[in-house]
Design a protein around this ligand. Structure first.
Ligand code: ZN
Length: 278
């Protein structure tokens, strides 16, 4: 599932090619992949893209005429751009094809069909269910241990892993980066949030910045389906510390990486150097 670095990678690729482009035609190949929310079936055709933003794992396309499109990629969603006027990258999983007057084509591919493009009024974007409750962006300048602590304090008895996956605590973190960040912070994923002190909160904040920045530099992480807007896979997993490294020696202490279950998710941990706080 695309997390912050993957979605931000796509955003950075789409922004320079999409802003200023006008929609020429929209082909909907699976009706549930394009949802109109409170705007009838407001036509996208003729509208110009004004901005490509991101919040958490969600992309936000702002169009003129006060219309926006939220892209929820969920499990297997892909946004692939082709500027040759053709539909390279189009396959059986292609659900929506958006043609632009400049000759480019944006494909929304979604094998499992859990994702969607949601069209709504721009002034309703902030009120949209998940966006309205979403926690702080971990790469924002103002994000710090206090901001993280405030989010965690609402889940005092939760494991820290479950809390990091909660989009209302911190935006954009999913299973891969939660494991990586907790390794970086030397905190065991089963630790209770209320047992973490200022030192651990600072370490988790540093881990978030370090891990997410590294992944952004590598174009994100591809486990199965993720590709960026150019159809390329991300290479973060080549340098991952614990995720997908079960049984391998920890790069810091040499103990074997274990895979356990936390918050209902397969969780990678070094039991040699990640401390359990309860
Ligand atoms: Zn270790």
């Amino acid at each position: 599932m695309p997390e912050l670095p993957e979605v931000e990678t796509i955003r950075r690729q789409l922004e320079p090619v999409l802003v200023g482009q006008t929609v020429e035609r929209v082909d909907v190949l699976w009706h549930k992949s394009l949802v109109f929310q409170g705007v009838g079936t407001a036509p996208l055709v003729g509208r110009r893209v004004e901005a490509v933003g991101r919040r958490g794992k969600m992309l936000i396309f702002s169009l003129d005429g006060d219309l926006s499109v939220l892209a929820h990629l969920r499990m297997t969603g892909q946004l692939v751009w082709s500027d040759g006027g053709g539909t390279g990258g189009r396959d059986v999983a292609t659900r929506v094809v958006i043609w632009f007057e400049g000759g480019g084509v944006l494909l929304f591919n979604d094998q499992r069909k859990f994702g969607s493009l949601v069209v709504l009024a721009t002034d309703q974007v902030g009120a949209e269910g998940l966006l309205a409750r979403m926690g702080p962006e971990p790469l924002a300048d103002m994000f710090d241990a206090d901001a993280l602590g405030a989010g965690l304090s609402r889940r005092p008895r939760s494991t820290v892993k479950a809390a990091l996956l909660d989009q209302t605590v911190v935006a954009g973190v999913g299973n891969i980066y939660a494991d990586e960040v907790l390794w970086a912070a030397r905190v065991h994923p089963e630790s209770t949030t209320s047992a973490l002190g200022a030192v651990q909160l600072e370490a988790i904040v540093r881990g978030l910045v370090e891990v997410l920045t590294t992944s952004l530099e590598r174009g994100g992480a591809t486990m199965r389906n993720y590709v960026d807007a150019a159809g390329n896979r991300g290479t973060y997993l080549d340098v991952a510390h614990v995720f997908g490294r079960t049984g391998q020696p920890c790069g810091r202490c040499g103990a074997a990486i274990a895979k356990i279950r936390v918050a209902g998710r397969g969780t990678h941990v070094c039991t040699g150097c990640q401390v359990l706080f309860t």
